[in-house]
Design a protein. Structure first.
Length: 365
C-alpha cells in the first residue's frame, strides 16, 4: 500500500519561512557575521567603516611639554587649572637615569624599577617628578604592581611607604597630600577627577585592561564609594601607543568583538608608506603571525578611542574628556615604548592628587 503523499506547504507557510530566514540574516548582519547557505559559519566580515589609512593620518601629536625648574619635562592637562588639583604625565626627559640613553646624552626620567636601571636613580627621578607636579619633592607617591587587570584599590599616604606595593591597575582616593601614579610604556594612562567632591583616580589601561573595562569599573567605584556623579567628572587620556603604530592580531580583535558592539570602529586597516616595501613586498616577508608582521595591510587598534568610549559610556560628557596626545612608539625622543624598543625601555608615569591645604605645603608653594 502506498504511503500518503506529504502535504505541500501552503503559500502562507512559505512566506513565514522566508520571513524567519530574513530575520536570522538581519541578526547575523547586526553581529558582523554572514550565514552560510551550506550550514557552515563564515569568518567575520570586514566592517565597511574600517577605511584604509596611512600611519601618519592616525597620529595624534602631543602638545609641547612643560619644563619644570628642576629640569623635568612633563605634560600638564589642558584646562585642568583647578586650585586643588595636581595632575600630569611624565616624559623621558629631565632625570638622572643612564640606563636607556646614549653615553653622551643627558640623564633621563625613568620612573620604573627596571632591571637595567639603578634603584637610587629611579627614586631620585620620582622625587623630581613629584616636585615638578606638586611643588615638593617630599610629596608621597603611591604606586601599584600592575598586571593588566580591572582591579582597583584606594590609595592612602601609608601606601607610599610600602616596600612592595599592592597588586592593582587603578587607584582612587579622596585624601589630600598624596600623588596617585600608574606606570606606562605603551599602555594608556587615564586620569579622572571629581570637581565637586574632590575625588581623583588613575587607571592603567593596556588592551587587556581595556577589554576588562577598567575605566568603566573605576568610575563605578567612584560613584559607589564617594557619591561621584558623572556630570561632575573630568578625564584626561595621556600618551600611549597610537593607532598609527599599534598593529594587532586576531586574538585582540576577537576579544574586543566579544565585549563591545562598537569594536569595529576601534580598528583601522593601515598600509605601509615605505616606497621600497610597497614596490618589493616579497623582500620583507616574515614568519610572524598575521597582524604582527611589518608589511601591510595591518589591523591597528586605537586604544585611546577605546578608553574614550568607556568614559562616555560611564556618563562623562565628551567636552569633559581631554586627549593629551602623543604616540610612545613613534616619538622616542619624548617617550619610552616597550614595543618599539623590544622590551628595553624605562617607564613613564601618570600622576594625580589633591593638594594638601596644610600651612607647610602652602609655604612650600
Amino acid at each position: 500500500m502506498r504511503s500518503p503523499a506529504k502535504p505541500k506547504p501552503s503559500s502562507h507557510s512559505a512566506v513565514k519561512t522566508i520571513t524567519t530566514i530574513e530575520a536570522i540574516d538581519a541578526a547575523y548582519d547586526l553581529a558582523g557575521l554572514t550565514r552560510s547557505r551550506r550550514g557552515k559559519s563564515l569568518p567575520m566580515k570586514r566592517d565597511a567603516r574600517q577605511q584604509p589609512a596611512a600611519p601618519e593620518e592616525l597620529m595624534r601629536p602631543a602638545a609641547q611639554p612643560a619644563a619644570a625648574a628642576n629640569g623635568v619635562h612633563w605634560l600638564p592637562v589642558p584646562g585642568w587649572e583647578l586650585p586643588w588639583l595636581w595632575s600630569g604625565f611624565s616624559t623621558r626627559r629631565g632625570g638622572v637615569s643612564r640606563a636607556y640613553c646614549a653615553d653622551d646624552a643627558e640623564g633621563e626620567l625613568n620612573l620604573g624599577f627596571t632591571t637595567a636601571d639603578q634603584r637610587e636613580a629611579v627614586l631620585g627621578n620620582r622625587r623630581l617628578l613629584a616636585e615638578a607636579v606638586s611643588g615638593s619633592a617630599e610629596t608621597p607617591l603611591v604606586t601599584v604592581r600592575q598586571f593588566h587587570s580591572n582591579l582597583l584599590v584606594r590609595g592612602t599616604p601609608a601606601d607610599a611607604g610600602r616596600e612592595r606595593p599592592r597588586k592593582a591597575d587603578g587607584l582612587i582616593t579622596d585624601e589630600p597630600g598624596t600623588l596617585l601614579a600608574v606606570m606606562v610604556a605603551d599602555c594608556i594612562p587615564v586620569l579622572v577627577a571629581d570637581r565637586k567632591r574632590r575625588v581623583v583616580a588613575a587607571f592603567h589601561a593596556g588592551w587587556r585592561g581595556t577589554v576588562k573595562r577598567i575605566v568603566e569599573t573605576g568610575i563605578g567605584r567612584m560613584r559607589l564609594e564617594f557619591g561621584s556623579r558623572p556630570q561632575d567628572l573630568i578625564a584626561a587620556i595621556g600618551p600611549g601607543i597610537g593607532p598609527c603604530c599599534y598593529a594587532v592580531g586576531e586574538e585582540v580583535i576577537s576579544e574586543f568583538d566579544s565585549q563591545f558592539v562598537y569594536s569595529r570602529e576601534l580598528f583601522h586597516e593601515v598600509y605601509s608608506t615605505d616606497p621600497v616595501r610597497n614596490k618589493y613586498p616579497m623582500l620583507f616577508l616574515t614568519q610572524r603571525a598575521p597582524g604582527h608582521s611589518d608589511i601591510g595591510p595591518q589591523t591597528h587598534l586605537d586604544l585611546v578611542e577605546a578608553n574614550r568610549r568607556q568614559l562616555l559610556d560611564a556618563g562623562i560628557r565628551a567636552k569633559a574628556i581631554q586627549i593629551v596626545g602623543g604616540c610612545t612608539s613613534c616619538q622616542p625622543e619624548w617617550f619610552y615604548s616597550h614595543r618599539a624598543s623590544q622590551g628595553h625601555a624605562g617607564r613613564m608615569m601618570a600622576v594625580i592628587g589633591i593638594r594638601d591645604a596644610s600651612p607647610a605645603v602652602k609655604n612650600r608653594r
